[in-house]
Structures are given as C-alpha cells and as structure tokens.
Design a protein around this ligand. Structure first.
Ligand SMILES: O=C(O)CCC(=O)C(=O)O
Ligand SMILES: [Fe+2]
Length: 320
C-alpha cells in the first residue's frame, strides 16, 4: 500500500457482540492485530447513540463559550485535573514544557453514595451550572463508552487467550475519565512553539475517541511515519495506552499520537474532541501477563494503577 493512503483498520463491534462464532473470532483477530500493529483501530457498530454524541457536543460548546472567569470557577487543581475544568495551556506532553493549545473538562465515574469504591473512584465530580443538561448528557455518554470499552477489553483478553473478563474486571468500577476538549482557533490563542496536542502516549488501558469535529489527529506508525487518522461520524477510534502496554509486556505498545495545528490561517478552525480514557481501579496491580514474559524480556516490575497514574500526572503537569 502506498504510504500516503495508509489507514488504520476498521472493525464492527456488533460482530463481536452478536455475530456468529466465525465473526467473533475474526473480530478478535483483526482487532488484536490492529492494536498490535498500529495501536489504533476504528470501530463501527459500537452502539453509542449518535444523538447523545451530538447533544453532548452541544453542551460542551456551550460550556467552553462561557467567559474565562466562569470557567475558572470549575478549576480544582488539587484533584490533579481529574475533575472539572483544566485551563488553556496547562497540560503539556511528557518531556515538554510548553503547554498544549487546548482547554478541557473531566467527568469521572458516578457511583452511588456508599459504594465501596466511592471515596477513591467517584468523589468530587463537579458540574457547570451554566449548562443544565451537561451532567445528564456526559454521564450517559460515560456509561455508554464504559460499556463498549468493557466489550472491547474482553476481545483483547480473548486475543491473548486468557480469561475473557481479565481486563474488563480491571476497568469495572475503575477510574476511567471522559475528557471533553476544546481547541480554539489559533488566531484567538496562539503560543509560539505550541501545538494543539503535542506527541504523547495515553497513560491508561485503552482510549475510546468519539469523532472529532475537525481533522488534526495523527499517529506515528511503527516504521516512523506520521499518518492522519480520521475520526468519522458513526465511528469510534480506539487506541492502546501505556498500562495495556505494560500488562502485555509491549506486545500491544502504546502508540505515539498528536493533534496538529490547522495547516494554514485559511483553515483555522475550532476543534472539539471527546476521548474516554479507560482506567483500572486504583489498587489494581499492573503486571506482565505470564505468557508474554521471556528470559530476555522479563517485563516491568508490578505497580498499582494508582501509583502509575500519579507518576504520569506529575510528568504532564496536572499533579504537583
Ligand atoms: O483530540 C484528539 O483527537 C486526541 C486527544 C488526545 O490524544 C488526548 O487527549 O490524549
Ligand atoms: Fe491521547
């Protein structure tokens, strides 16, 4: 295939959910191989309601249109940026000092009071009172993405030939977070040397990206070529993060990706995106699967998901 036309594979999640045994087996193979080779894969038939995505975007836009002073009221630095609003330019990629050209909001898991994991996982969600439907929409989208993610994690476990719920059990009641991002037009906010999202790998198990409202996402292939990734309507782009890489001893690496600036002033645009970062519960131990360990590739030492996350949040400027 010519380099310029390279595309990440596309799979249909309904084949895994409700297909024939052959369709399920094929899904497992193609999905697993796609993550292995690209670390990115497009998924259709995911069951997430298009109307819900639309109305969530409408709320997200309504929130980010608010004056700076209003948005700042929802900035809670002591949560390591894991809830509420994170201002423009605050987060930077690991090993960079200049902040990304974006502002975002984090929605965490909503657990009922008294749930055993409530204090560690679900505490402190906050809501913008200026956009009344923001809470219901983002939580509904969170639940839908969480459910789709669990199904995908089961397919990944099947790919490794291990108990199907191995990874979905890790993410069950985990600290997954829905991030809604606003990249303003560059003519409004520009910092020399900065990009919308500098190259990075995601920290978590897998990420589910609802379609972005403009292009710009790019991934670095295993042979060192940057290729654009379309996040099209009706599709969810899934990528593997550092935690999955650690557990699979690098068999499924975390792929470097970035969001580039619009190519010319004429194409200057506003961009919104909504990644859902799938995280294990805090005390979950990340250790290499025995089947991936060899004498010359012993894997990284076990670490809890919480310790790993805190280390990485410090590296990207969200936790002091
Ligand atoms: O905005 C996007 O399309 C991707 C954002 C991203 O990679 C991230 O927030 O980790
Ligand atoms: Fe990312």
């Amino acid at each position: 295939m010519s380099r310029s036309t390279r595309r990440i594979p596309l799979v249909d999640l309904s084949h895994y959910r409700s297909g024939t045994p052959e369709e399920r087996a094929r899904f497992v193979r193609v999905f697993g191989e796609a993550l292995r080779e690209f670390g990115f894969v497009s998924v259709e038939g995911h069951g997430i309601d298009d109307g819900l995505i639309r109305s969530t975007y409408a709320d997200v836009e309504a929130f980010f249109r608010q004056p700076e002073a209003v948005k700042q009221r929802y900035h809670v630095p002591e949560f390591g940026g894991q809830r509420g609003y994170t201002p423009f330019g605050r987060e930077h990629a690991k090993n960079r000092t200049v902040g990304d050209l974006k502002e975002f909001w984090h929605v965490g898991r909503d657990l009922p009071p008294g749930h055993p994991r409530s204090p560690a996982v679900a505490a402190h969600n906050i809501w913008p009172e200026e956009v009344p439907s923001f809470r219901a929409n983002t939580l509904a989208l969170y639940r839908a993405l969480d459910e789709a993610a669990a199904v995908m994690l089961q397919a990944i476990a099947e790919y490794f030939g291990i108990e199907r719920t191995t990874f979905s059990d890790m993410a069950q009641d985990g600290t997954s977070v829905l991030r809604v991002i606003h990249y303003p037009p560059l003519k409004d906010r520009f910092v020399p040397g900065a990009v919308r999202a500098a190259e990075h790998e995601d920290i978590n198990l897998i990420t589910l990206l609802c379609e972005g409202t403009a292009s710009g996402l790019e991934i670095l292939t295993r042979d060192g070529e940057w290729i654009p990734v379309d996040t099209l309507r009706g599709q969810i782009v899934v990528d593997s993060g550092d935690m999955l890489s650690r557990i699979t001893n690098g068999v499924i690496p975390a792929t470097t990706h970035r969001v580039v600036n619009p190519p010319s002033p004429a194409e200057d645009n506003t961009r919104y995106s909504m990644p859902f970062f799938v995280h294990p519960y805090p005390e979950c131990v990340l250790a290499p699967l025995p089947s991936t360990v060899t004498p010359d590739k012993p894997g990284e030492p076990p670490i809890t998901a919480d310790a790993f996350l805190k280390q990485r949040l410090r590296e990207i400027g969200l936790l002091k």
